[in-house]
Design a protein around this ligand. Structure first.
Ligand SMILES: [Zn+2]
Length: 570
């Protein structure tokens, strides 16, 4: 009896020990959660750019990601309109624009009869006075179209990964989005997080009343430092000797832009801090990213990110690469120096995270909202046909004029063309007793005959899904949202872009379904991740799905991405 009792007692002792061992072994492979998820988006970072310029990069930035990270080298977006808010929202939600609803930077709102800026929300004003977009100096063409200073994530129709993280932690996870661009911060912060972006008119990082009633102390303190003004009377100069650069001998190529007097060659002078375009110049150069980094560091300390057992989330979107690409092209001395500077900015960020949180406690993911094209001049120098499609007054095109005559329409039929969508005047069509689908199809057919147009597809055709399963039709369908998309989507031939910017020509414009615009890096690093390169085709929408699987949250409500097994099976 005594012996048996003893044995039973021993079993009781041993069983809990065995269970604990089993639980902890599962924990090391699956459930050790990072203290921080750091989601970095580099605006217009085409998939080949980091390695193209890596030779001259230092340690700790892209080289760290390459050595220590899982580098997906063949990631492409599947939607047609590769613009900033579309890509950022896809990264945040794991969904296509057809589902998340952010189908373009700007769309035509049939209820108000006006163009709508993606994250505009007149209910939630900016907290600072005098920080609204200054239309006389704003160089961000889509932001300049906003009718009010209000901003919120309300137009995003589904949940983001960060929303799911917030709900999973009963609101305890701290969620912050930071960017020079409002749409770069608001999208990733989701509905439940806090977003901060840079006001060019105020020279400060700002937010709206959606997020706060008043600024947190650390934001007030950062804005008082006057760090942006410290760039006054300085210049963007080359980081290294000019003769060490790939493009050292080609600083002033055909097609490069002298935007608002920032110049086409180094050094690019910022001028006096009170200058009309001073804060714009900061965003056209690596200074914009340096300021974003500095503000993000203040957020890490101010919000005590990654300091307890609840996983926090910090999204940083670096905007400078986008402006540099638009002004000078992806193969320019400016782009090359910007990449070296971005590499230094990333190295400083990773070193800061390592010191305050530990890279072993952090899951890093880096991607881009879209890629970008080469300039037509650069492509032509290699014998590749390329050019700009001059924005047409489509309504006055001879073929459209004939069509209007055929339908007996004497008024303007095309109400608005804001790429990639064309909007017809439904009132005119109704008054004439015409069938919308028939007019849409007829206009689309005529547009297809115009030089430079690769596809004009009507929304009715997309909705009825009676189109051939072609690459372009699929991309158009993945972009099509019944509430937001226009009547006809117009896509241009490869290497051809619409390129009118307030009457001036940019060096290059993204937004196409072609591979230079859909191609982005997808890189995971930190924690227990070991370096490997994956050439399998993946999509940036896989990121949010993978983060959800990694953190064991619900998948975001519209997510259709796949789980990247290399990341979750460590
Ligand atoms: Zn962008």
């Amino acid at each position: 009896m005594t012996i048996l009792k003893h044995k039973i007692f021993l079993l009781f002792l041993i069983f809990p020990i065995l269970l604990t061992a089993a639980e902890s072994s599962a924990a090391t492979s699956q459930t050790v959660k990072p203290k921080l998820i750091l989601q970095i988006t580099v605006d217009q970072l085409r998939g080949d750019m980091p390695e193209k310029y890596m030779e001259n990069m230092g340690e700790g930035g892209f080289r760290y990601l390459k050595k220590q990270g899982i580098w997906y080298a063949n990631a492409h977006y599947g939607h047609a309109n590769t613009e900033t808010v579309v890509g950022h929202t896809s990264l945040a939600t794991g969904a296509d624009p057809s589902v998340h609803g952010m189908v373009a930077n700007v769309w035509f709102d049939r209820d108000t009869g006006k163009l709508a800026y993606n994250i505009e929300d007149p209910r939630y004003h900016i907290l600072s006075s005098g920080a609204d977009v200054d239309k006389s100096t704003e160089i961000d063409a889509s932001q300049a179209l906003a009718g009010t200073d209000g901003r919120s994530p309300a137009n995003i129709m589904v949940t983001t990964f960060s929303d799911e993280l917030a709900m999973r932690s009963q609101g305890k996870a701290k969620i912050i989005g930071v960017s020079v661009k409002d749409r770069g911060a608001v999208t990733l912060a989701g509905h439940a997080g806090k977003a901060f972006w840079f006001s060019k008119s105020a020279g400060e990082f700002i937010t709206s009343s959606y997020y706060y009633d008043k600024y947190p102390d650390w934001v007030m303190a950062w804005n008082k430092t006057g760090k942006p003004r410290a760039y006054g009377n300085k210049a963007w100069e080359l980081l290294k000797d000019k003769d060490t650069y790939k493009y050292g001998n080609t600083d002033s190529e055909s097609g490069e832009m002298d935007m608002a007097g920032f110049g086409r060659t180094f050094p690019h002078q910022y001028g006096d801090a009170t200058g009309k375009y001073f804060t714009n110049y900061l965003t056209f150069s690596p200074a914009g990213d340096e300021l974003t980094l500095d503000f993000a560091r203040a957020a890490i300390v101010g919000e005590q990110l990654g300091q307890d057992e609840i996983t926090d989330y910090l999204a940083i979107s670096f905007s400078s690469t986008d402006y540099v690409g638009h002004l000078f092209g992806a193969s320019s001395l400016e782009a090359e120096d910007n990449m070296l500077r971005l590499d230094r900015t990333l190295a400083k960020l990773f070193a800061y995270i390592d010191k305050h949180i530990g890279l072993e406690n952090t899951l890093i993911v880096l991607s881009a909202d879209h890629g970008g094209p080469e300039t037509p001049a650069h492509l032509q120098s290699f014998g590749i046909e390329a050019g700009f499609v001059i924005p047409h007054e489509w309504d006055k095109e001879p073929s459209i004029a004939r069509l209007k005559q055929h339908f007996g329409i004497g008024k303007e039929l095309i109400k608005s063309f804001f790429p990639p969508y064309l909007y017809l005047d439904h009132g005119v069509i109704k008054d004439k007793g015409l069938d919308l689908a028939e007019v849409e199809q007829a206009v689309a057919n005529e547009l297809m005959s115009i030089k430079g147009v690769a596809l004009a597809v009507s929304s009715t055709a997309l909705r009825n899904n009676k189109l051939p399963d072609s690459f372009l039709n699929r991309a158009a369908l993945r972009n099509y949202n019944r509430k937001r998309s226009g009547d006809i989507m117009v896509l241009f031939d490869p290497q051809y872009t619409i390129n009118d910017f307030m009457g001036e020509k940019l060096a290059a414009t993204h937004g196409s379904p072609w591979r230079y615009d859909t191609y982005v890096p997808v890189i995971f690093a930190g924690g227990k991740i070991k370096g490997q390169r994956i050439n399998r085709r993946v999509e940036p929408i896989d990121i949010a799905t993978t983060l959800a699987a990694f953190m064991n949250t619900r998948p975001p409500s519209g997510s259709t991405g796949n789980v990247l097994l290399e990341v979750v099976n460590q």
